[in-house]
Design a protein around this ligand. Structure first.
Ligand code: ADP
Length: 398
């Protein structure tokens, strides 16, 4: 009897334990489900954050001036930024192709291989024949995560073409200036030495030598003045003192100045600019433009050279001035080059006339800083016409 009671009690206890266990298992299952959901959400969030980070990185890379290409361990392009796409004339579809397939440049493949071996290749400069007149600097770095045997490579390309070009222009400019300064200086030195070694005691010879010295000293002064003007014009944006100016009055002013300057040439200048023609310009700088053009026409023209300055509105937005002469003209192949610094058609003639080779380049700078253009037309033996077009910046008077 007592066994039966004990058995019954044990059965009830067992049933109760099973009931408790079942309830607990259900709770555990719910908890497990919750945890699993949380893990999935976290994983999703982690992936989202990674994608966000990658997008941010890609935006950053795309905003850079340097070309960037990221390769995976099989040399396939994983990422290419906009600058690299432009630099190599590719498309974003280059992703997934190997660097060799996309660029076909052995030098780059060699650098990629070297970067894998040495971790870094810095400052490799080359001039790929596939890209026209382009000088590139390449930095390559191996990308290896800890414990990872696979190695990607990041390539960073700097386009040095413009820097090199500026460097060459600067070198050329310094060489030209030194040459221009050296010539009159050595002449002055030569004549002074000759004077000191006896010529000073012969008054007619001394006077002639002193005149030559004066001429070359003048040339040095002109050259330094022109160099200062050029350097002011080139050292950043030109500050223009614009105001509405009558181009007829400005031309009259320039002609008056020319007529009162001392020159051994005879010339006539005619002002055909209409009285109503005006533009919003920096008058002082524009007078220099006209003076330089008229001065050239007189310098290179024969005795009695005739210069005509005229002008008109080309439409409501632009005004065009023309400075023509009946001088010797400029050969066709030189017309494009006369605006370059120190370019002269006839070097000896320019020097003889006190030219610096900078007059037209100053003209071009001033006109361009007004948002305008200048060009010349000429026929050898029949004269030259310079055309200057600048925005009116205001409607012409009715
Ligand atoms: P330069 O000081 O030598 O005159 P510019 O820059 O003013 O320098 O002119 C460049 C060259 O263009 C001159 O050396 C000259 O050969 C040529 N040139 C300029 N204007 C005229 C012109 N009106 N007629 C003929 N040649 C000209």
């Amino acid at each position: 009897m007592s066994y039966e009671i004990i058995f019954a009690a044990l059965s009830i206890l067992l049933a109760f334990i099973i009931f408790l266990l079942l309830r607990h298992t259900k709770e555990l299952r719910i908890e497990l489900e919750t945890i699993r959901n949380r893990v999935v959400t976290l994983e999703y969030r982690k992936r989202e954050l990674k994608q966000q980070e990658q997008r941010r990185l890609e935006t950053l890379f795309d905003s850079m001036a340097e070309g960037i290409i990221i390769l995976d361990d099989a040399d396939k392009i994983q990422f290419i930024n906009n600058s690299a796409v432009r630099l190599f004339n590719l498309q974003q579809s280059a992703r997934g192709r190997t660097i060799m397939e996309a660029l076909r440049m052995h030098q780059i493949q060699e650098i990629v291989d070297k970067a894998r071996k040495e971790e870094n290749v810095l400052g490799f400069e080359f001039e790929p024949p596939e890209l026209h007149q382009c000088i590139l600097q390449l930095n390559a770095t191996a990308l290896k995560s800890p414990g990872d045997t696979k190695t990607g490579v990041i390539l960073v390309f700097h386009d040095l073409s413009r820097i090199k070009q500026l460097e060459n222009t600067r070198k050329e400019f310094v060489a030209n200036v030194s040459h221009e300064l050296r010539t009159p200086l050595s002449l002055i030195k030569g004549y002074v030495e000759t004077l000191l070694s006896g010529a000073k005691d012969e008054p007619p010879i001394a006077a002639r030598f002193l005149q030559i010295i004066q001429k070359h000293a003048d040339r040095l002064t002109f050259l330094i003045e022109d160099l200062l003007t050029i350097s002011r014009l080139e050292s950043g944006p030109v500050i223009l003192n614009r105001s509405p100016a009558s181009l007829h009055a400005m031309t009259t002013h320039v002609i008056d100045d020319m007529n009162s300057s001392i020159t051994d040439k005879t010339f006539t200048i005619e002002n055909r600019v209409p009285t109503g023609l005006s533009a919003n310009i920096d008058s002082d700088r524009f007078e220099q433009v006209l003076s330089n053009l008229v001065d050239n026409a007189i310098k290179y023209g024969q005795n009695g050279v005739r210069i005509v300055i005229s002008g008109h509105y080309t439409n409501n937005k632009f005004v065009e001035l023309e400075v023509s002469d009946n001088g010797p003209g400029i050969p066709e192949d030189a017309l494009e080059r006369i605006f370059e610094r120190f370019y002269r058609v006839d070097r000896g003639r320019s020097r003889e006339q006190g030219g610096t080779g900078l007059g037209l380049s100053i003209v071009k700078h001033i006109v361009q800083s007004h948002g305008g253009r200048v060009h010349a037309q000429s026929k050898l033996g029949h004269g030259t016409t310079f055309f200057i077009t600048v925005p009116v910046d205001q409607s012409p008077p009715a």
